[in-house]
Ligand binder design. Structure first.
Ligand SMILES: *Cc1c(COP(=O)(O)O)cnc(C)c1O
Ligand SMILES: [Zn+2]
Length: 407
């Protein structure tokens, strides 16, 4: 049994039972899942024989019945100790959390697995989401596995491979002529009227819980010594808040001794409402009207959890940094060449922000830093197509190679 107890309003503290709710009736604040932590008896040794997926943290996920989860094997992805990129940047302890290797090739399989499972638990017959692409693929795949109809709301101009992927799982795709924020607004109106489980809208409190496992895994993989700093690509801010909650929970349960993780946000310059507010010392987020960036998965102009992300960054002593599209593409190339990990632009954002922070002396050389790489580069070939690959074209004869290659 999971140990989720109730939903609590993040603003006014009002409590609700664990139902299909997402905002407080009193103040419209977002609701968070609260657990009965005293009932959770978890020791480090307990994890040894558990599934190598996010379901190894079942007690800390808001699902009642383990036998009915929808499981494609999301999570428990590698944490690579960086050698070459670390040396290039002058860092001693750099780690790459490689979430490009999830079932649908982004971290969104984590929240989608939890949310689709929860939707079925609620007895909902169909699921869906509003998405910049990755959540759509993840939700559609889990819906396919569950045999549930799936309705996807995307802005029309996202990457082709993401659309192909969503469609192959059999989902209905509603391509909105507008931005993500337009697609999200439309989906929210549908959510009010239909009996649909829209994973990041009307069951959002449950959805975000899946992403906490990105913090749990890093603790386990670093031998229960959490890092000094994490860098998180940020769109709505949900992922950042979830990772923060994950470290807090492991601390509260005594699984890690200290939690001094500085939570840092990375955004594309053309859509950086959280970074702008951080730099301006503002408490509130000013929406970005028409976000246009190569990092389409991060193009959310009105981040639902933006103000909360900002708070987490400040409270933990973290920083927020933005990078240009050119730096993002360089970040993708750098990570691929130095570490053998091919990321989509969101990963380029993380690496470019890391580079900038190190160069400006805002990250010390001996800090233990984890970079979250959240999506796979094969989903976004257009991002790197400006510089075509260099080929050595030859006739199929050994002589043709003379002088061409330095073996
Ligand atoms: C969704 C997404 C994020 C972050 O999303 P939030 O809306 O901030 O939770 C980061 N990287 C990738 C690749 C994504 O798809
Ligand atoms: Zn409230």
């Amino acid at each position: 049994m999971g140990e989720a107890k109730l939903l609590r309003c993040r603003e006014c503290g009002r409590e609700y039972p664990l139902l299909k709710l997402s905002t407080c009736e009193e103040c419209f604040g977002p609701l968070d899942v609260v657990y009965d932590y005293s009932a959770i008896k978890l020791a480090r040794e307990n994890f040894a024989g558990r599934p190598k997926s996010l379901w190894r943290y079942f007690e800390l996920l808001p699902i009642r019945d383990k036998s009915r989860i929808v499981d494609l094997g999301a999570g428990f992805t590698p944490l690579h100790k960086s050698q070459r990129l670390a040396r290039e940047l002058g860092l001693k302890h750099l780690y790459i959390k490689d979430d490009t290797v999830n079932p649908t090739y982004s971290f969104k399989d984590r929240p989608a697995a939890v949310a689709v499972s929860k939707a079925l638990e609620f007895g909902l017959k169909a699921v869906g989401c509003a998405s910049t692409g990755n959540l759509a693929g993840a939700t559609a795949a889990h819906a396919a596995k569950a045999g549930a109809p799936c309705y996807i709301f995307i802005p029309r101009d996202i990457e082709l491979n993401k659309i192909l992927q969503i469609s192959i799982y059999g989902a209905e795709i509603i391509a909105v002529k507008g931005s993500y924020d337009d697609a999200n607004r439309l989906a929210s109106q549908v959510a009010d009227q239909c009996n649909l489980g829209l994973v990041n809208i009307n069951i959002r409190p449950y959805y975000v819980e899946g992403s906490k496992t990105l913090a749990y895994e890093v603790c386990e993989q670093l031998d229960w010594e959490p890092p000094d700093r994490v860098i998180i690509p940020t769109a709505s801010g949900a992922l950042l808040c979830a990772i923060h909650k994950g470290f807090e929970e492991f601390h509260r349960l005594g699984l890690i001794r200290e939690n001094r993780v500085k939570i840092c946000s990375a955004q594309p310059a053309a859509c950086s409402p959280v970074v702008s507010a951080f730099k301006a010392g503002a408490m509130e987020i000013t929406p970005v009207e028409k976000p246009r960036t190569v990092a389409k998965s991060l193009a959310i102009g009105e981040p639902a959890d933006g103000a909360y992300a900002l708070k987490r960054i400040r409270e933990t002593g973290g920083v927020a940094e933005a990078v240009t599209d050119r730096e993002i593409v360089e970040g993708i190339r750098l990570l691929a060449r130095m570490e053998g990990v091919f990321a989509e632009p969101a990963g380029g954002v993380t690496i470019a922000a890391l580079k900038k922070l190190v160069e400006e002396g805002r990250i010390a050389p001996d800090e233990r830093v984890v970079c979250y790489i959240t999506g796979n580069g094969l989903k976004t070939p257009e991002a790197i197509s400006a510089e075509p690959p260099k080929l050595i074209e030859v006739e199929p004869m050994l002589e043709a190679l003379t002088g061409l290659v330095a073996w």
